[in-house]
Design a protein around this ligand. Structure first.
Ligand code: R5P
Length: 294
């Protein structure tokens, strides 16, 4: 097995390859003046199971094309199997037809990758596990929540209350609770599918005087966390932190979250950001070792 260092995840891929004991294959890449992507593998992959580590956060389309081209290049150059390790799976939030006339973007992306040469997928905290059910290849979803919770234990926040910003993320709060050893609960969130506006409520939640850590898969605009922090303050939480696997952090999301009374925003290196304090490398390396031996 060899690890291809996708341009969008070079550092993470290098760390992962080192931890998994895999030979790394570097990639030369550029954008042509008209915006088209170019990639070239800088090492041999003949006869190998090749793992391409490439996240697909913004600019999603360029990164997806790079991933597809790398898979194609690996196959053209003799790889026997290509596993795409995509820490942040772009388009995963469009995992069903919410409104008439829509498609299921994540399925279309997967079909495109399959056609390009991808045989299997490994991702991390995909928005909804059901998004991986109808893909044209086997897909494994890893969870970085225990690693994020461990960060807070190291910080002295054991027994903190793990909060999910909506019911769907309760499994995330429960995974964090396993490590933190405190309470867990969720807010209720409703989203208007036409305007995208959300509203949250915290009925029945008892967090008075507690340290609360809001865990989510993604922080994008930060609206969800800002709203959750407001409710937590109203409920008398003493300290508020937030952690997410994918710190997409559009625009001034981090500043708005901190201004809402959150002490610290913690993310992983699935997406490059200045809050990526927890590396996914050990998690992915373990999964690759299991793949190699299985
Ligand atoms: C939605 O259900 C996700 O789990 C996140 O809560 C959401 O994507 C966060 O988006 P934003 O930061 O824009 O509120």
């Amino acid at each position: 097995m060899k690890a291809v260092l996708g341009p969008a995840s070079r550092e993470l891929a290098e760390k992962t390859a080192e931890l998994a004991g895999l030979e790394a294959v570097d990639v030369a890449y550029k954008l042509f003046p008209d915006g088209e992507s170019y990639v070239r593998l800088e090492g041999s992959v003949r006869g190998e199971h090749v793992v391409v580590v490439q996240t697909t956060s913004a600019p999603q389309d360029t990164r997806l094309m790079q991933l597809a081209f790398l898979a194609g290049a690996a196959k053209r150059n003799g790889a026997v199997k290509v596993t795409a390790v995509v820490p942040y799976l772009g388009y995963a939030r469009q995992d069903k037809m919410f409104l008439e006339g829509e498609g299921v973007s994540v399925e279309t992306v997967a079909r495109m990758l399959k056609a390009a040469g991808v045989d299997a997928l490994v991702t991390v905290n995909v928005h909804a596990e059901s998004a991986l059910e109808n893909l044209p290849f086997p897909a494994k979803n890893l969870s970085a929540i225990p690693l994020l919770a461990e960060y807070f234990v190291q910080k002295g926040c054991e027994k903190a209350f793990a909060l999910a910003p909506d019911k769907g993320a309760m499994y995330i709060a429960e995974q964090a609770q396993q490590v933190l050893g405190g309470g867990a609960g969720h807010l209720d969130k409703k989203r208007d599918r036409y305007t995208g506006q959300t509203s949250q409520t915290g009925e029945g939640l008892d967090v008075k005087g507690q340290t609360v850590i809001i865990f989510d898969d993604i922080i994008s605009t930060g609206g969800t966390i800002v709203g959750a922090a407001k409710i937590l303050r109203e409920l008398g939480a003493e300290r508020i932190f937030t952690a997410c696997v994918h710190p997409v952090l559009v625009g001034d999301a981090e500043r708005r979250i901190l201004e809402a009374g959150v002490e610290e925003v913690v993310g992983t290196d699935s997406v490059s950001s200045d809050v990526g304090k927890v590396s996914l490398a050990p998690l992915i390396a373990e999964a690759l070792k299991a793949l190699e031996s299985g």
